[in-house]
Write a protein that binds this ligand. Structure first.
Ligand code: AMP
Ligand code: MG
Length: 346
């Protein structure tokens, strides 16, 4: 299969290109699409054969359910059997946007989407290309991140191409993802609303909207079984071994540089992932930065692409500066720790 990369500079003027992508979706094919969080691998969410292709191409474990993407609130109702008051408020305040809401599912949602469960995850993305593709496809779109399972999520068309060239029909190139990490997942299907996966919308903001909201135990204690199956898998991992250095260390930078020297003496090719301001303190084989330490949104935006850059440069080991686990920093550390297979130095 030949994977076509199709640039979209203006949705308005290039609807014909998005229509071609929608035709692929309607005939059961796969298209990678930009969203504001990360690139998604889109298929007709009501076509089991098409959804099965997503699992095959990504090598995604079958017990990890998928998110359905919609472009208007009217498209929600056929997919769910119940909308709680909390869900209504979240929809009003935060859709379209980087928030996935879990509902009790209706019968038309195939069990391959819900991984056999009785709930369904739904999101309305805030990206004009994604919204047009969903609208023109006239079906809810299943779209996990458009990467091979286990790898860092793709935030641009080239990163999708590296993982999925030859395996999918088309990539819609809409430039870099603005947010760069996946949506916050909130379960409203139970009595107590729960955050199952941290994301761009942080705990503090959600707590203002839903004072009763809690984190799923598995996000704060390592030994709990996550309610969101995806949280248990190895994720976001570069090829190199990654270590995260916690802000709890007295001298985080000194400790990182002394470890650089230790690994270099073992003949390893060492990478440092730091902030712009801290670059002068390090001397490693490859040094990349995630922008200014005063701009944590920039860190979220570029984190996954920087991890993929290390892979292209062939480092053996990456030492990454951690951030405080508050606000958006909580979601960033959730991703970094998973990338590191939980190798945190503190
Ligand atoms: P991805 O699209 O790969 O970024 O992952 C979607 C995330 O949502 C994964 O962590 C899934 O396990 C989770 N998810 C999807 N559907 C459900 C559901 N019905 N209940 C709980 N978690 C879900
Ligand atoms: Mg993913």
């Amino acid at each position: 299969m030949q994977t076509k990369i199709v640039d979209i500079l203006s949705v308005k003027d290039e609807l014909n290109k998005i229509q071609r992508a929608a035709d692929i979706i309607r005939s059961g094919g796969l298209v990678a699409m930009p969203t504001e969080t990360v690139y998604g691998l889109a298929a007709d969410g009501l076509n089991e054969e098409a959804v099965k292709k997503i699992f095959d191409v990504k090598k995604r474990p079958a017990d990890n359910p998928l998110i359905l993407h919609i472009s208007s609130e009217a498209e929600l109702h056929p997919l769910v059997s119940e909308i709680s008051d909390w869900a209504k408020i979240l929809i009003d305040k935060l859709w379209p946007g980087p928030l996935t809401i879990i509902f009790k599912k209706s019968d038309i949602v195939p069990s391959i989407i819900s991984a056999g469960g009785d709930t369904v995850a739904i999101r309305m993305p805030d990206n004009e290309i994604a919204k047009s593709l969903i609208r023109l496809s006239q079906t809810p779109i299943a779209a996990p991140s458009a990467n091979l399972s286990g790898k860092p999520s793709p935030t641009n068309a080239i990163d999708v191409y590296v993982d999925l060239n030859g395996k999918i029909d088309m990539i819609l190139d809409g430039g870099g993802s603005e947010i760069g990490i996946e949506s916050t997942v909130v379960d409203t299907s139970d009595d107590i609303p729960r955050i199952l996966r941290p994301g761009f919308y942080d705990y503090e903001l959600l707590k203002e909207i839903i004072p009763d909201i809690i984190y799923d135990d598995a996000l704060i204690e390592d030994d709990q079984r996550p309610r969101s199956p995806g949280q248990k898998y190895k994720h976001y991992a570069p090829i190199a071994d990654l270590y995260v250095y916690s802000t709890k260390l007295d001298d985080k930078i000194g400790r990182m540089q002394s470890d650089v020297e230790k690994y270099k003496s073992e003949n390893k090719n060492v990478g440092i992932l730091t902030f712009n301001e801290n670059m002068p303190y390090f001397n490693a084989d490859v040094m990349l930065n995630v922008g200014s330490k005063y701009d944590i949104r920039e860190m979220a935006r570029v984190l996954f692409s920087k991890l993929r850059d290390f892979d292209r440069m062939g480092v053996d080991i990456i030492l990454a500066e951690g951030v405080e686990e508050k606000g958006l920093g909580f979601a960033i550390m959730n991703r970094l720790k998973k990338s590191a297979g939980n190798k945190v130095i503190e």
